[in-house]
Each structure stands twice: as C-alpha cells, then as structure tokens.
Design a protein around this ligand. Structure first.
Ligand code: PMT
Length: 428
C-alpha cells in the first residue's frame, strides 16, 4: 500500500454515514498515514469533534474565519500541505457546491483552492443520487478529474434500497491507495481517441491479467493469465474508436496505445479501480481475478519452520457480478469470460445467469489447451439466445471479432434500469 508517510485531508460532510469515517481514520492511522480533518457544520450533527480529534491526534478544523487557524497556517496551506483530499460522506449539497465552484464555508473553500487530487465518497438518499441535477454534477466533477468511490447499492437508514450508500471504509481505503499510486480514472484526452470506428463515442472498461494476493511481503497467490487477451481487447476497442479504460493486474505487457491504463495488484484494488472508472457503455471482465485472498497477510516474511505455515483464505468480491448488478451505473453491455477446464459451455451458461451479465465468452484452459499465456485462443460467445463459436485464432483477431460483435449488439441492449429495487425515505 502507498499509504505510509502520506498526508490525507478528510472533509467530513453532514450525513449519517459520517460514523464510518471514524473507522476509515483508524485504518489510515494504522497504515502510517497522517490525517487532518475538516468538518462541515452539518457533519457535527453526526459525529463529534472530540471523537475525530482523538482518532487523528490533531485539531479538527471547521471555521473559515478562525483567526487562530489563519495565523497558524492559513486555510489554503491546509489543502496544499496534503497528498490527497478525501470527501466522505460527500452529500448531494457538497457535490453541488464543488461542481459549481462555490466557496461559502471552510470545506468548499479548501476544495476550490486546492492543487491536489480529490477523491469523493458520495452518500445520500437514492432519489437524491439519481436526480438529474446530482448526476449532472457528478459528470461535471468527473470531467474535472475528481475521483469517485461508490456509492454502493444497499439498504439505507431510511428503509429504502438502491444506490446511495457510502462505500465501506475498506473500499475507500483501497481507492485512496490507488489515487496515491497515481492509478486514477482521469478522462483520456480526446486527441488520443480514434475517429470513425464502430464504438466512436462509447466508453469501455476492460479488466485484464491476473491479480496477485499477498501472503507476506515477498510471496503471493496468482494464476497463469498473461493479460494478452484482455490487452488485445483494449487495443481493438480503442481501434474501434472507443474511450478505453484498461484495468490491468501485474503483467509483462506494455500499455496499449490510446488506452488509459491503470495497473493494480489485488482483486480489491481492481474492484476499486473499476468502481472509479464507471459509468461506461460496455464492461468486459477478461481478468483472471483470484477468487480468494489471504485473510491474515503477514507483515514480515514468514520464516521456514518445522511445519508449513497455515493461513486462511477469504473470498474476494465478484467484480463482474457487482458491475452487472450495479443499480445506477450498470453498463448497457456487461461481458464476462469463463475460463474452464471441463464442461466449458455448461459452466459458461451457468455463469451467465449467476453473475447477471449479458454475454459470457467461454474459453477452455485445460492442460494442453495452450490458451493462458499463449498468443492464440478459441472462444465461444455465449448469450441467452445461443452459442457463437469462433475458430482458434490469434488473440488480437479474437479481440477484433469480439469487439465487432459487441458493437453490433450494443444498440439492441435495453437501456440499463436506474436501480435494483426501490422504496421511500432518506439517508441524509
Ligand atoms: O491472460 P491470457 O493469458 O491472455 O489468458 C486469457 C484468459 C484465459 C485469462 C481470459 O480469456 C479469461 O478467460 N479470463 C477470465 C478468467 C477467469 O478467471 O474466469 P472465471 O471463470 O474465474 O471468472 C468468470 C468471470 O468473472 C471473469 O470475467 C472474471 O473476470 C470475473 N471475476 C471472477 C472472480 C472475481 N472475484 N471477480 C470477477 O470479476
């Protein structure tokens, strides 16, 4: 993690999710991060300055016109003597003020005056999140380079269900780590996009390669994916004119031309990078994401003893399934891969249903199939309408044909539903 020795300025907004920020601060401090906090007036209704100050070990700032604070360091310095600004919970009101450049309290003044990256973790009632005004503000902020983590779908304090829940502290922590490593989802300059292709004007997110799940600082769990198929898909989508965001695990390949590439290591980092890159028209999960990670990663190298070390595994989040079931930002076309060693098509069909995606691309990775790591692949496109097998081809030709097929299918896909379930009430 890139957190040790870094300085984070957290702006706590006025929402019920503010209590989760206490846990975030605790985790950041454990990771060796220096944390300063600014609270809005509304935030103080949800958490006390005392609890925040005792967790950060330093003064909490909230007054724009505090003579003492101004004499000591100056407000502008507060936002510049930091590596990253994090707004959590980012309420609809705070997002609106940021999008419009308002500076009517300490929080909004710092956000306007900063020259550092900003990561926001929105939290609000689902109707407020889905309101055209909020979505407009979100688009403006994303275009301005502001990074987002969440919101997630789930039960709200008010009894409703849908998008608007603030991301859990572990996910915000992973997004902070990504932002500090420079793996951010800033928009690709239009000059790098190719004109006239079948995916012109479309945004495509692609995952590629393996993930590495650490056991200790020197060892990890991984798989044999080389990233060749995922990277070829990114290049083919860019050649078709799309704005492509490639989220790649550790691979030995160069970043494809004209593609915004983010390098991650673990499944949790991949999920945070995918979340930050949404919304998109198409999502393609070509990565071989590790299904499990080590629960108790050792801080130091595990030494050889009489017995092999025991460690327990916990399941990683299913990135493809969560994108396919994303209430508010489900891409119109969600495509997964199925790497199988037996009963390939039966497993692929089952995955199509279980993960809730629109297409599964089945490939046989059994011993002797020579797919993982090689330059060729033989795929079958599995949809609810049937099977479309392709011959064994070079991976770049597989990618070209698959992207052409997706471009054909895209207009026939239904507009994504705005939310998974609905109810009534408020989260703020
Ligand atoms: O990288 P190469 O060497 O070129 O090889 C290409 C490939 C064989 C790795 C690729 O074509 C492929 O099949 N990728 C998916 C491999 C895989 O992990 O399949 P799976 O059956 O475990 O997962 C099914 C789908 O869910 C995949 O889209 C995967 O990205 C996704 N998934 C899985 C687990 C998880 N926690 N999150 C996910 O999103």
């Amino acid at each position: 993690m890139a957190l040790a020795g870094k300085r984070i300025l957290i702006i706590i907004g006025g929402g019920i999710a503010a209590y989760k920020v206490l846990e975030l601060i605790r985790r950041l401090r454990e990771a060796g991060t220096e944390v300063r906090v600014v609270m809005t007036a509304a935030a103080k209704h949800f958490v006390t300055e005392l609890s925040v100050a005792s967790l950060t070990g330093s003064k909490v700032f909230s007054d724009l016109f505090s003579l003492t604070d101004e004499a000591e360091m100056g407000h502008i310095q507060l936002s510049r003597n930091t590596d990253l600004l994090v707004v959590a919970p980012a309420t609809a009101d705070l997002l609106a003020r940021m999008a419009h450049g308002l500076a009517n309290d300490l929080a909004s003044t710092l956000l306007l005056a900063t020259d550092k990256k900003i990561l926001v973790a929105p939290a609000m009632n689902l109707r407020m999140w889905l309101a055209p005004a909020t979505q407009r503000n979100v688009r403006t902020l994303k275009n301005d380079g502001v990074l987002f983590v969440g919101p997630e779908d789930g039960d709200m304090a008010c009894g409703e269900y849908g998008p608007g829940r603030m991301s859990e502290p572990a996910n915000i922590l992973a997004a902070i780590d990504q932002a500090l490593k420079g793996n951010t989802a800033l928009p690709l300059p239009p000059a790098l996009r190719r004109e006239g292709g079948a995916l012109m004007g479309k945004r495509v997110i692609i995952t590629s390669g393996p993930t590495h799940e650490p056991i200790d600082p020197v060892r990890y769990i991984a798989n044999r994916s080389s990233g060749k198929q995922g990277h070829a898909l990114a290049a083919a989508a860019a050649a078709a004119g799309a704005e492509v965001i490639l989220i790649s695990g550790p691979v030995a390949l160069p970043d494809p031309d004209g593609v915004e590439t983010h390098r991650i290591e673990t499944a949790l980092e991949m999920r945070a990078a995918v979340e930050a890159a949404l919304p998109a028209d198409i999502f393609i999960g070509a990565a071989a994401v590790a299904d499990w990670r080590v629960a108790n990663t050792a801080e130091g190298k595990i030494k050889k003893g009489f017995r092999p070390p025991g460690f327990s595994l916990v399941e990683n989040p299913d990135i493809l399934a969560s994108v396919a079931r994303h209430g508010s930002m489900r891409p119109r076309l969600v495509v997964g891969f199925a790497a199988e060693t037996a009963d390939v098509l039966a497993h692929a069909r089952a995955k199509l249903e279980r993960k809730g995606c629109d297409i599964i691309v089945a490939n046989d990775v059994s011993a002797g199939s020579d797919v993982m790591g090689s330059d060729e692949n033989q795929i079958t496109i599995v949809t609810r309408a049937g099977l479309e097998p392709l011959p064994r081809l070079r991976k770049d030709e597989v990618a070209r044909r698959l992207i052409t097929r997706l471009a054909d299918l895209l207009p026939s896909m239904p507009e994504p539903a705005p939310m998974a379930k609905t109810g009534s009430g408020s989260d703020v």
